[in-house]
Design a protein around this ligand. Structure first.
Ligand code: NAD
Ligand code: AHE
Ligand code: ZN
Length: 375
């Protein structure tokens, strides 16, 4: 069949909207009509050329929601008409990683996913001239129709609006999951969130859900403050307006009893390795945990004095918030539908597919939280 897609033809170039060919699902695969897709900073990261795994031409997008239209041989867990959220972190429930119960990082199809192809090593997308176009993160939600492995879709309830729940496909789950699954934040904790964008705001609402007492937000952009307060931030620091952000956080978290100071938990939602260092070093001696969520460019490395770790601080990372997609994503959709979490205010812009490059411009200008493309 033919479908409309925004194709990343080359790193650093705007996406090109075009008709492409899409082959139907093979065994173990499903075809999904994408109804809405968010634009995540990671799409921008790959399009910019900073992603060591970035391949072109490809159809980017990994934060979608839609309806199953066709299933390949052997597919049993979903059927045409089911509402689904594509999963860039699949859940096969059979690989050593899934069976370990120690990680959400299913390894069943990770290598082919990184090569931009389906598990059988081929792409379902071609140009109208017949040249292959690669998949991205196993999702390619910047195409109106896409094909995914069965293990890479989460079936969700049918009354949930696509234009909001698409965000659960990455940002919402990543932010809230980092707090609940990765850090396991407890009631009364003091936490710091670096970067108050599409991920950071969800960390904030995760912290509020977990019952954190002090929630410090750090961002270079003062315009991020009102929305961050709405999602639970209690204190704000702009690093450009203070001498030393680490010292500022240490001072803020001191009490008459505890003059050491430091956050119980910190979260990097910027992808900047210097910020990651600050995020570690502002945590409390003896037990502070710093969670890296941000994705850093090719070649970037983190550094700190080993003494920071010797004295009990812990550096951790999280992908997709530690969530097991097919199990956890339907529950997060329920949380949204039950009013336990909020999504609507974070979707600051809705666009047509033709306007998708505007979504990247808004992100660069710091004007959007999430832009969502509606098909
Ligand atoms: P975003 O662009 O919406 O937000 C980034 C925020 O960080 C902005 O508000 C910006 O002003 C702020 N910022 C930038 N540099 C800063 C600095 N030096 N100090 C303080 N604040 C700074 O991006 P997003 O969608 O929230 O994504 C954030 C990061 O998370 C990206 O690197 C993205 O690739 C990554 N990410 C990771 C996962 C994962 O599973 N680990 C999932 C989604 C996104
Ligand atoms: N390809 C990059 C890394 C990109 C990355 O870390 N992706 C996150 C999800 S970001 C979603 O917005 C992730 O899930 N990582 C785990 C994985 O297996 O990719 C690189 O540096 O090579
Ligand atoms: Zn993402």
């Amino acid at each position: 069949m033919r479908t409309r897609a925004a194709v990343a033809v080359q790193a650093g170039k705007p996406l090109e909207i075009m008709e492409v060919n899409l082959e139907g699902p093979r065994a173990g695969e499903v075809m999904v009509e994408i109804k809405a897709t968010g634009i995540c900073h990671t799409d921008e990261f790959t399009l910019s050329g900073a992603d060591p795994e970035g391949l072109f031409p490809a159809i980017l997008g990994h934060e979608g929601a839609g309806v199953v239209v066709e299933v390949g041989a052997g597919v049993t867990s979903v059927k045409p008409g089911d509402h689904v959220i594509p999963l860039y972190t699949p859940e096969c429930r059979a690989c050593p990683s899934c069976l370990s119960q120690k990680t959400n990082l299913c390894t069943a199809i990770r290598s082919t996913q990184g090569q931009g192809v389906m598990p059988d090593g081929t792409s379902r997308f071609t140009t109208l001239d017949g040249d292959p176009i690669l998949h991205y993160m196993g999702c390619s939600t910047f195409s109106n129709y896409t094909v995914l492995p069965e293990i890479a879709v989460a079936k969700v309830r049918e009354d949930a609006p696509f234009d909001k729940i698409c965000y659960i496909g990455c940002g919402v789950t990543t932010g809230i999951g980092a707090v609940i699954n990765t850090a396991k934040v407890e009631i009364g904790a003091k936490a710091v969130v670096f970067g108050l964008g599409g991920i950071g705001l969800n960390v904030l609402q995760g912290l509020r859900l977990a019952g954190a007492d002090m929630i410090i937000g750090v961002d270079l952009n003062n315009d991020k403050k009102p929305m961050a307060e709405h999602f639970g931030m209690t204190h704000f620091i702009n690093p450009k307006e203070c001498e030393n952000v680490v010292q500022e956080i240490v001072n803020l978290t001191k009490t008459p009893f505890d003059q050491i100071g430091g956050a119980d938990y910190s979260f990097d939602c910027t992808g900047n390795v210097k910020v990651m260092r600050d995020a570690l070093e502002c945590t409390h001696r003896g037990w502070g945990q710093s969670i890296i969520i941000g994705v850093a460019p090719s070649g970037a490395v983190i550094e700190t004095r080993p003494f920071q770790l010797v004295t009990g601080r812990v550096w951790k990372g999280t992908a997709f918030g530690g969530a097991r997609g097919r199990t956890d994503v339907p529950k997060i959709v329920d949380w949204y539908m039950d009013g336990k979490i909020e999504i609507d205010p974070m979707i600051t812009h809705t666009l047509s597919l033709d306007e998708i490059n505007k979504g990247f411009d808004l992100m660069h200008a710091g004007e959007s939280i999430r832009s969502v493309v509606l098909y």
